[in-house]
Design a binder for this molecule. Structure first.
Ligand SMILES: Nc1ncnc2c1ncn2[C@@H]1O[C@H](COP(=O)(O)OP(=O)(O)OP(=O)(O)O)[C@@H](O)[C@H]1O
Length: 350
């Protein structure tokens, strides 16, 4: 995915944005990408399922079934698509939903595939509707109908395609029409990574970039990475820079100093996350408060708060959503280091 495709606007402290930020970062990520399922950390269930799918196709000498990879950005969907192609020893073609704005764009890609090619379509939910419809037939019968002419004289010419495997990636599987979703032989839902898994990702990345780092420092970075390998690798890069400039091995104090510089706290909250927590607690006494009021109070778009900030704060248990608005949990008060007044919405012993 290219940086300009990013769906979520986010200007404040982009270091914990799970989207790739720049071409430079994309190149850095490329160098760290695991090349095989064995090297891919975590997602054990999905790995096992993909392994089976690839091996079964290999035994029958056919293209693997179409695969849908669903989950938040930065969890490894592109990496897995590359691994599928690599492990099944097939060429890979990369494109994305936003690049397919007309059925003709898709027809051009599909008709130029070589037999057995793996076609990766990132953000498949953003493809044009007319292209989606063309894809149904292509996935099912390896065939498309090309419309020639307009109006009463229009005719459709069938075109046979080389057999291919479609790997679609989406952060919004709910937006995919059912007929498209149903045509994937296998759907994998990627989960956020545990701290242990992220330590593993980071250890591997540190070795690849030849960074000497303490085990405790890896844990410290992992805990601040919001369950996301892309963010973990990005924080590691900043820690590497800090260690380079200030000299010496990357220790926990180097991690602390580097990430303090970038406003990433011990749970991975950035400046905007903390601003939301702070306003919720200090101005609204922990809530409940409505989304738009909260957004205006921190000077951010409501969409950014709803799609980027809030899901993470809810996931780590610092706020909850109630019918009357957002409420800071006891853990939220504690994390902000502010004593909770008695008689607040939650019981005191929660
Ligand atoms: N399981 C993993 N093990 C090791 N590294 C990983 C893993 N998952 C992701 N990464 C690393 O994280 C970075 C981002 O991964 P990737 O580009 O595959 O994410 P994505 O889910 O496709 O994101 P997007 O939806 O934004 O395209 C890459 O550098 C990749 O190497």
């Amino acid at each position: 995915m290219t940086p300009s495709d990013s769906a979520a606007p986010r200007d404040a402290s982009p270091i914990v944005n799970p989207e790739p930020l720049s071409e430079g970062e994309i190149a850095f990520e490329g160098a760290l990408r695991p090349k095989s399922l064995a090297e891919f950390v975590g997602q054990a269930r999905v790995r096992g399922q993909l392994q089976l799918l690839i091996e079964a196709a290999g035994i029958q000498n056919r293209t693997p079934d179409h695969i849908l990879l669903a989950g938040p950005p930065g969890l490894g969907k592109t990496t897995l698509a590359m691994i599928v192609a690599h492990e099944s020893d097939r060429p890979l073609r990369l494109t994305s939903g936003p690049a397919i704005q007309h059925a003709g764009d898709l027809a051009a890609v599909l008709s130029s595939l070589v037999p057995g090619e793996v076609l990766f379509v990132d953000e498949i939910h953003r493809m044009a509707r007319t292209a989606e419809e063309m894809l149904y037939l292509a996935m099912e019968d390896f065939r498309i109908d090309i419309m020639v002419g307009k109006g009463a004289g229009a005719t459709s010419i069938p075109l046979d395609l080389a057999p291919f495997t479609l790997v679609g990636a989406t952060t919004r599987s709910g937006l995919l029409p059912n007929p498209l979703r149903d045509r994937f032989g296998f759907t994998a839902h990627l989960e956020f990574y545990s701290t242990d898994e992220l330590v593993h990702v980071l250890r591997r990345a540190a070795a690849l970039i030849e960074l000497s780092i303490d085990e405790a420092a890896l844990v410290e970075i992992a805990q601040r990475s919001r369950g996301t390998p892309r963010i973990a690798n990005r924080l590691l890069r900043r820690v590497r820079d800090y260690a380079l400039v200030h000299g010496g091995r990357a220790s926990t104090s180097v991690v602390d100093s580097a990430l303090e510089l970038y406003d990433v706290d011990v749970l991975g909250l950035d400046r905007l996350d903390r601003a939301v927590m702070d306003i919720l607690i200090t101005r609204f006494n922990g809530g409940p408060v409505g989304l738009s009021t909260l957004a205006v109070s921190v000077g951010e778009e409501a969409e950014t708060i709803e799609s980027v900030v809030e899901p993470f704060l809810v996931r780590v248990g610092l706020i909850t959503r109630t019918p009357r608005g957002r409420v800071a949990t006891p853990a939220g008060w504690r994390h902000m280091g502010i004593g909770r007044p008695s008689g607040s919405l939650f019981g005191d012993d929660l």
